[in-house]
Design a protein around this ligand. Structure first.
Ligand SMILES: NC(=O)c1ccc[n+]([C@@H]2O[C@H](COP(=O)([O-])OP(=O)(O)OC[C@H]3O[C@@H](n4cnc5c(N)ncnc54)[C@H](O)[C@@H]3O)[C@@H](O)[C@H]2O)c1
Length: 312
């Protein structure tokens, strides 16, 4: 990736938790809330679960991988709250219904939903099967919307709720070899913008607040792994260890703590927007919601040449 293509921030980026989102500043702020986090067996999802547990929430964690989920559960239990773990495929709607019923029985109604589970198959569209392309749409887009569709009415009945969709910078740019991923993440960001506006229709804005988040570049099972060998053999491998170290230098707790902070409601002014966890939330709050919306900041948008507007 050539920096000339994407520019370099002139404001410093955060790579670890800072100021308002530090664990010591959020201790107890989510006490009494129930948070459900998908894909919490490892990586960013495990960090989100830990941060929410640390901030006092009871948590329900879901993942395909039950062994890893148990490890996350043990770490979270150390913070003293309730933790329930569910081996579950987020695309399996009937299993999800069972999980929702169990969460309600064991922990209570869900106040916070974090759609984090995601997959990436890095290869050109025509070099993979259509099923593999579509599976990314199902896990990264269909499943989060299925969870929201099931949980939103319960949040409406509660009168409040927070929904965090872990999206990606990839949903805002064109990245060859990741068609399933970029299109699913772009859809998730657009859905977040539009759903927040739907909350206004029923007088549920800002009581129900939602966000699309880019967690930064995080070296995980997915982040910084690169393409499969057959793809590298055909197109060459432009990456090396230094390349990945530089692009994927954000720690999982940066996104974890951002989620815990958003769950408290302290970032409600930023509801409906696409947020990059590396950007200091205080700077966005200083600018203010009105200006951010007026200037189309943190929103998926199109820029036509001067003189042409995006008219209906
Ligand atoms: N790592 C990065 O740099 C990066 C950058 C941008 C966005 N993201 C997003 O962050 C999220 C977490 O990614 P990560 O880097 O921690 O990846 P990861 O592969 O380390 O973890 C993903 C977790 O989701 C689980 N999962 C996958 N499919 C599932 C399914 N169908 N049902 C239930 N669980 C399932 C996996 O078992 C795994 O535990 C993803 O949505 C990803 O797109 C990551």
């Amino acid at each position: 990736m050539d920096p000339a293509q994407f520019g370099i921030s002139t404001l410093p980026l955060q790579h670890v938790p800072y100021g308002p989102i530090l664990p010591e500043n959020l201790s107890g702020t989510n006490s009494g809330k129930v948070a459900l986090i998908t894909g919490a067996g490892q990586g960013i999802g495990a960090a989100i679960a830990e941060s929410l547990a640390k901030s006092g929430a009871s948590i329900a964690i879901l993942d395909l991988n039950t062994d890893k989920l148990i490890q996350t559960k043990e770490k979270c239990l150390a913070f003293g709250g309730k933790v329930e773990a569910f081996g579950c495929d987020v695309t399996d709607s009937s299993k999800l219904d069972e999980v929702f019923a169990q969460v309600k029985r064991q922990l209570g109604p869900i106040d916070v939903l974090v759609n984090n589970a995601g997959i990436l198959d890095q290869r050109p569209f025509i070099m993979g099967t259509f099923e593999s392309f579509w599976r990314q749409i199902e896990v990264n887009f269909k499943a989060p919307l299925m969870l929201i569709h099931a949980i939103l009415p319960r949040m409406r009945d509660l009168g409040h709720g927070c929904i965090i969709n872990i999206a990606s910078r990839s949903g805002t740019v064109d990245v060859p070899m990741t068609l399933g991923y970029v299109t699913s993440k772009a859809s998730l960001i657009r859905a977040t913008h539009t759903l927040q506006k739907e909350m206004e229709l029923d007088g549920l804005d800002p009581a129900i607040h939602m966000y699309a988040l880019h967690p930064g570049g995080v070296r995980t099972n997915m982040g910084g792994v690169g393409a499969a060998d057959d793809v590298k053999k055909k197109y060459g491998d432009i990456t090396d260890e230094e390349f990945y170290k530089d692009l994927f230098k954000d720690e999982p707790p940066l996104c974890g703590q951002m989620c815990a902070w958003l769950a408290t409601g302290q970032g409600k002014e930023l509801r409906g927007l696409f947020l990059d966890c590396r950007q200091d939330v205080s700077k966005l709050l200083d600018i203010g919601r009105e200006t951010l919306l007026k200037e189309n900041r943190n929103t998926l948008t199109v820029n036509f040449i001067d003189g042409y507007c995006n008219e209906p």
